[in-house]
Ligand binder design. Structure first.
Ligand code: SAM
Length: 279
């Protein structure tokens, strides 16, 4: 019978957050695939787990997945862990899970610590609808495209960031979302110096003018307010006169009546106001 792949979340700062089920699973599998075996040794020692480990990380994730799948097919039960938190969330794992599913191997995911959920629930921002962006792409073009998308995101946005990139990311968020947007900087979650600074993007940047960011961060950013979005859309059009605005639509093939309707909607005014301005 084929083995099972167990996705095991590990503590993000507090050893007591390892669940009984995770410890039990890690102790009973045949092999543990870990992002950094040396780093995970601390966890193994803390829980007296003596199961062979093998590395599974960003740089061997496809090749090593093939080897692990062969073992799973032979009946080896494998647990996947990363340095901290839930495997496959901004961590290697997604590729292995996908390949296991393709091969018909059973995958099961244990619930447990995940920095983005801890931060969201702690933030006090709306958790009814949220989106997780993880780390913004490092490629400039891709990064700008994502930032542009965030400009019109209504849901609460969760981002991961390393301390040495924090100020740069905050500056880009300010340039895209404005300095008044609410943000919660969640730092060192579940650790001794855990903090959640509820502020605005502008104030967050000012905060780090004379001190260096330290520790691990999750940024929770408020989504755009519908009214604010409407205002900013209207303001985009104010820079051109109504005649040029009409021309954009008539050039697209709209008749005058349709164009007037579209212009009125964009500018948040009535059709008769557009008509009067054209006269
Ligand atoms: N898989 C992990 C999870 O479930 O959250 C995330 C791994 S990702 C490589 C590491 C990032 O998660 C860090 O750069 C930071 O943004 C966030 N993170 C992890 N632990 C954290 C903590 N204790 N406090 C704040 N952020 C943390």
């Amino acid at each position: 019978m084929a083995g099972v792949l167990y996705l095991c979340p590990t503590p993000i700062g507090n050893l007591k957050d390892a669940s009984e089920r995770v410890i039990e699973t890690l102790s009973s599998v045949d092999l543990i695939a870990a992002e950094d075996t040396r780093n995970s040794l601390k966890l193994m020692n803390a829980f007296d787990i003596h199961v062979p480990m093998t590395s599974y990380h960003e740089y061997n994730k496809t090749q090593k997945a093939i080897t692990l799948i062969e073992k799973l097919k032979e009946g080896t039960n494998i647990a996947l862990i990363t340095d901290a938190g839930t495997p496959a969330i901004s961590d290697p794992g997604e590729v292995l899970v996908d390949m296991c599913i393709e091969e018909g191997i059973k995958v099961t995911s244990l619930p447990g610590p995940c920095a983005c959920i801890v931060a969201l629930t702690l933030s006090g921002l709306s958790s009814r609808r949220f989106c997780f962006e993880g780390f913004l792409p490092s490629d400039k073009k891709e990064r700008n495209a994502v930032l542009e998308e965030l400009k019109i995101e209504h849901r609460t946005v969760i981002l991961y960031e390393a301390p040495h990139h924090l100020v740069n990311t905050l500056s880009q968020l300010r340039d895209t979302l404005g300095e008044d947007r609410r943000i919660v900087l969640c730092r060192e979650l579940t650790k001794k110096f855990e903090e959640a600074v509820r502020t605005t993007i502008g104030e967050a940047i000012a905060m780090y003018e004379d001190k260096e960011p330290r520790g691990e961060y999750v940024l929770v950013v408020e989504g755009i307010d519908r009214k604010e979005e409407e205002e900013s859309r209207k303001n985009d059009w104010v820079s051109i006169d109504i005649e040029s605005h009409m021309k954009i639509y008539t050039d697209k093939g709209m008749d005058k009546k349709e164009a007037m309707k579209a212009v009125a909607k964009d500018r948040g005014i009535s059709k008769s106001e557009v008509y009067k301005a054209l006269l």
